[in-house]
Design a binder for this molecule. Structure first.
Ligand code: HEC
Length: 142
């Protein structure tokens, strides 16, 4: 078979179209026991973490186009699985203090979030927001 550029291109388009029909779990289950935080602290967490660590994910446009949507829904599923602020009191976190330390590590390093979150640059915490969050967690969650 002679695979010309044109036939490869048209087959790729067909495959891309078929990919769009793979069903995805792009749902937001109900919020059961949301973590209780004061307004500004909550806003920072919402901005930087809630898309992957809560049931209030704001699905981006890119989350509707395969194959990007496959990555997005996978990341959200494993993010929620590891830590979910919407079921803060219900989830099986053995030690909330230890979990807070992990959360602080992610906030101060920023790396984990940036790695996954390239598609939404507006969600990164400013240095000031990060500092306020870290301080608040230190005073109130430990
Ligand atoms: C784009 C998705 C995404 C965003 C945004 C995100 N995370 Fe995550 N996070 C994940 C995924 C996926 C995992 C599980 C796999 C891993 O550890 O890399 C995870 C794991 C974690 C864990 C480890 C949980 C455990 O108990 O082992 C912590 C803590 C965490 N995230 C905190 C945060 C915090 C705090 C923010 C906001 C500043 C944040 N994450 C933003 C996707 C995300």
């Amino acid at each position: 078979m002679n695979l010309s550029f044109k036939s490869i291109a048209s087959w790729s388009i067909v495959v891309l179209i078929i990919m769009q029909f793979v069903p995805l779990k792009r749902i937001n289950p109900p919020v059961v026991s949301d973590i209780q935080l004061p307004g500004s602290i909550k806003n920072s967490l919402k901005k930087a973490c809630y898309d992957c660590h809560s049931n209030e994910t704001q699905w981006d446009n890119i989350a509707y186009i395969a194959p990007a949507s496959w990555f997005a829904s996978n990341i959200v599923a494993s993010g929620r699985n590891a830590l979910n602020f919407s079921v803060w009191n219900n989830q099986k976190i053995a030690n909330k203090r230890q979990e807070t330390t992990k959360i602080q590590k992610v906030i101060s390093q920023g790396a984990h979030q940036q790695l996954y979150y390239l598609w939404k640059p507006g969600s990164h915490l400013t240095a000031k927001e990060a500092k306020a969050l870290l301080q608040w967690l230190n005073l109130n969650m430990k």
